[in-house]
Design a protein around this ligand. Structure first.
Ligand SMILES: Nc1ncnc2c1ncn2[C@@H]1O[C@H](COP(=O)(O)OP(=O)(O)OP(=O)(O)O)[C@@H](O)[C@H]1O
Length: 320
């Protein structure tokens, strides 16, 4: 298999956690015994509805808050103990970049670079130009940051995270608040960075985002891990929706219900539902035998949403 893979505890894991837990003062259990394994070279989508514990996990991984239980390793170092050694190897973008609006994009990066005691001032200009080029902002580098679109601001934040060579990028909801064009730009950039060999760990509450850019995913719900693995395996493991097109939808619905198709929805000539276990050819035969004229009959590929719903019995409520 060409996809990178790592079992829990595997040394090829860039991030690995065991029983990682955070209970906030006041009793809120935000992250509950999380076992996570992020393979080197993956684009790892940390997926979950709002409030499911993603940001809290990321803050623990970066050593910003202490876990109340379990352990976390990032790039082979225990966190938060190894934070000083780990953070220089990690680029992070959490809750939008802190930018000076009155400075140009370039000057913002020069400031970031100057704040890094390990950055050689003699090569600062070259580093900043390279980072601007990497995120496609060379042309707009002289504009004041306050004139940037949200997508450009996010790209500038990424450029700041990429001033130094990084092994791991941690992005918390990198497309939050962006318009579709801005989202596309960030997704393309993430793919390019992964193509350069950087492991990318990104959180999102958007199922289709994970499906579009990630090789691997872990799905969270109410602080707990629901499932993790490659996106391809996960979609293959769940059964998709049955979709039938017919000019006889009422009769078709009756037959399909009788044969165990659940959650049936009729929309004009299109019926969709959850197929029962067993051979779908039998269903098709039953329709035809009942005189239903079938224009198309098939099973759509399962989405991560189907996986989530089948594992939790809950809808994927993005409003949380
Ligand atoms: N400092 C805190 N004190 C108490 N509870 C908190 C704190 N931070 C987060 N929580 C709670 O922990 C739970 C998980 O929050 P978290 O921000 O990690 O979720 P999330 O998946 O990142 O969601 P979102 O996408 O909305 O940020 C939520 O119920 C939240 O209210």
């Amino acid at each position: 298999m060409a996809e990178p893979d790592a079992a829990p505890g595997d040394e090829s894991a860039v991030i690995s956690t065991r029983g990682l837990t955070k209970r906030f003062r006041g009793g809120q259990l935000a992250v509950d015994a999380l076992d996570l394994s992020v393979p080197r070279g993956s684009v790892f989508g940390f997926l979950g509805p709002n409030g499911s514990g993603k940001t809290t996990t990321i803050r623990m991984l970066l050593g910003l808050i202490e876990p109340t239980g379990g352990s976390a390793h990032v790039l082979g170092e225990s966190m938060p103990g190894g934070v000083r050694r780990v953070l220089p190897r990690v680029g992070a973008l959490i809750e939008g970049p802190a930018l000076y609006g009155f400075l140009s994009g370039r000057d913002n990066l020069l400031r970031y670079d100057a704040a890094d005691p390990t950055a050689d001032p003699a090569t600062r200009g070259a580093r900043v130009e390279r980072a601007l080029g990497r995120v496609g902002l060379s042309g707009a580098a002289g504009k004041k940051a306050r004139a940037y679109s949200l997508g450009m601001k996010q790209r500038l934040g990424l450029a700041a995270a990429l001033l130094q060579p990084r092994e791991l990028l941690v992005l918390d909801e990198p497309t939050n608040g962006l318009d579709p064009q801005g989202m596309r730009e960030i997704r393309t950039l993430v793919r390019e960075l992964a193509g350069d060999g950087i492991t990318v760990f990104l959180s999102s509450h958007l199922l289709d985002e994970i499906e579009q850019v990630c090789t691997h995913t872990a799905v969270m719900n109410r602080g707990r891990l629901v499932t993790q693995g490659t996106v391809a395996e996960m979609s293959a493991g769940a059964r998709g929706k049955l979709a039938v097109t017919t000019p006889d939808p009422a009769e078709a619905a009756r037959v399909l219900k009788e044969r165990g198709v659940s959650d049936l929805v009729t929309d004009g000539e299109q019926l969709t539902g959850d197929p029962p276990p067993g051979d779908l050819a039998e269903l098709n035969t039953a329709l035809v035998t009942a005189g239903v004229r079938v224009r198309s009959f098939g099973v759509t590929r399962a989405s991560l949403e189907d996986v989530f719903v089948s594992l939790t019995g809950e809808g994927f409520d993005v409003a949380g």
